[in-house]
Design a protein around this ligand. Structure first.
Ligand code: NI
Length: 112
């Protein structure tokens, strides 16, 4: 569960800071590991820091930003908006896993 939540942050960071802005040299730099974020407050800060970075990209003219093209490292060109939708879908997918894991441990998942 811990690693799944850290992976949510890593995927968001990798998509934006590697694929979109090239601030990172590859996926590996965003392959965050739960052991490096041992406490809940550390995981929350990672998620918050990654998301704040993405939000900052959209402060000025978000519609234009969403329409900007992004050439993917494996060839095709898509828009930043499509990256945003992919990251949303990815997070929903893994949040579903987290909720399932909580349920299997007998812990009531919080409301969305
Ligand atoms: Ni994933």
């Amino acid at each position: 569960l811990h690693q799944t939540v850290v992976h949510i942050a890593g995927a968001e960071d990798g998509w934006f800071r590697y694929v979109v802005t090239h601030e990172l040299s590859g996926w590996g730099e965003a392959d965050y590991q739960a052991g490096d974020y041992p406490k809940l407050i550390d995981v929350k800060k990672l998620l918050s820091d990654v998301h704040a970075h993405v939000e900052a990209m959209f402060i000025q003219d978000p519609d234009a930003k969403m329409a900007e093209p992004v050439k993917l490292p494996w060839g095709p060109t898509i828009t930043i908006g499509e990256v945003v939708w992919h990251i949303l879908e990815h997070e929903i997918h893994h949040r579903g896993e987290v909720y399932l894991m909580l349920g299997l441990m007998g812990i009531e998942a919080p409301d969305v």
